[in-house]
Design a binder for this molecule. Structure first.
Ligand code: SF4
Length: 228
């Protein structure tokens, strides 16, 4: 099992977070407001698929589950790229088992433009890194990528899709991805738990869902000091 986009972004925030995702996911506590934000993001992403008109969606689920069948999605994507399908959504790629599913690919001459959809009013640095990871996997899989854009949520609900060109900044992330992806691959497979002291990474750029688990020692110490 390689690294996905989510794994990479979480592992770059904190290696222990990625290790816990792989070995002790039941310790995760996702606050309700975060879950609601994730659900709203999925809805916005679904709406954005039609922003360029007709499209083909590559999603394939394992029978009777909501788990994506990555192998089938990769094969589906390969066939549509060969066919030159104009707009491909959830386009799946793998490079040495590292995986991404790009929100929207749009044919542009002999290459595809890549659109990453975010339910946010503005472009953030994290989104560019995220697009950079996907660019790396697609480029290494042999796909020629032209423009890269982050689609943000604008104020006009009748046409909320705002296209922000980040081509240069996202492509520049490829070297950084290459420098880190192999170490994260090795680290996530380690049987012993990663020891990382809690610090600023527990809240930045996103609050960590293992906060309670990692801070339990501090909490116990505090309770003892306060005689609770
Ligand atoms: S709470 Fe902090 S130390 Fe623990 S996994 Fe999350 S980011 Fe890492």
């Amino acid at each position: 099992m390689g690294i996905t986009k989510t794994d990479f972004m979480r592992g770059m925030q904190c290696k222990k977070m990625l290790w816990l995702d792989k070995h002790k996911p039941s310790l995760k506590v996702i606050p309700l407001e975060i879950q609601e934000r994730l659900d709203a993001g999925n809805d916005f992403g679904d709406r954005a698929m039609a922003m360029f008109g007709d499209y083909e969606e590559m999603t394939v689920l394992r029978p009777g589950t909501s788990i994506p069948d990555k192998k089938a999605m990769i094969e589906n994507t390969r066939e549509h790229i060969e066919r030159g399908t104009r707009v491909i959504c959830e386009a799946a790629f793998s490079y040495y088992n590292n995986y991404c599913a790009a929100d929207i690919l749009k044919k542009n001459g002999d290459c595809y433009d890549f659109y990453e959809v975010k339910n946010s009013p503005e472009v953030r640095e994290q989104y560019i890194k995220d697009a950079g990871f996907q660019y790396y996997i697609m480029m290494k899989s042999g796909l020629k990528i032209g423009r890269i854009a982050i689609v943000t949520h604008g104020p006009d609900e009748s046409d909320p899709f705002v296209i922000n060109d980040v081509t240069e900044a996202a492509k520049e992330k490829a070297a950084w991805v290459n420098e880190n992806i192999w170490e994260l691959n090795r680290m996530q497979k380690r049987p012993d738990e990663i020891e990382t002291e809690p610090g600023p990474q527990c809240m930045e750029p996103y609050p960590c869902w293992y906060y309670g688990y990692c801070h339990r020692k501090e909490n116990v110490q505090e309770e003892q000091e306060n005689g609770i």
